[in-house]
Design a protein around this ligand. Sequence first.
Ligand code: G1P
Length: 292
Amino acid sequence: MPIDLAVVPVAGRGTRLLPLTKSQPKEMLPLGRKPVVQYVVEELAHCGIERLLFITGPGKTAIENHFDIDGELISHLRETGKEELLADLDFEREQVEYFYTRQRRQLGLGHAVQCAQPFVGDQPFVLALGDSVIGPSAKSDVVRRMVQCFEEQNADAVIAFEEVPEADVVQYGIAKPRSAAGEIFDLADLVEKPSVDEAPSNLAVAARYVCGPRVFEYLAKTKPGKGGEIQLTDALRQLIHEGGRVLGARLQDGECRHDIGNFQSYFRALLDHLLNDPELGGELRSQFSRER
Ligand code: G1P
């Protein structure tokens, strides 16, 4: 059966984006006309995901509200003659069933993924970080390619990677490919946020994974690592060291990842979406270039 289940962790506090995230989840920040997490869900739905489990935490109810069907708003738009705005709520009718569970203690990404285990059982699943979009406009099918590769190659996990500038390796999980890294490659090692000197490459984990059930086995044994948190990277690393088949899939030209974890990357993502807005982007771009 094709993989139709995705786990989307959205429990992080967003402390690097204060005060913006004091009372709203970073996943609900706007990227042009839609909040970040809507792009994530649209990308997953586009790749065949039909069941989606959010791992939430304190202050994240706006995400649940966003994906509810808001009957009151729909009636209000109808009654006030604003039917044309109903199209903006089309995403509510996406063929996806939503489920929610809470990470009750903030112990890291690896721990957030562990919270999904009672729901997921021993099915393979897609893992998509809720604060990262793969551009442009959620049209990427990297997840579909990863699922295909996972199934064809009987892998234990497939991880998306993107090349980053050398200085940025300190922010990501970094791959050590077994041989020259093509579009799909075997991993010899994976290191969470290495120093520039220790980084085995500049291929950075790009917020999308396909995981088989062995990942839970390794997460259960993982001790706190970088930042005192239980790191998913450390569990996957151990899986590789013990003979697990873990593959990398590169993002392709035109597929860029934006993570919304800090102001620099959020501003870049925001500008990209504003300047490429189908209605107002052209005007904005010419205004900017005139003013410079
Ligand atoms: C997490 C992962 C890291 C990955 C990054 C972006 O880090 O631990 O390996 O490269 O997401 O996908 P975070 O941004 O939560 O610190």
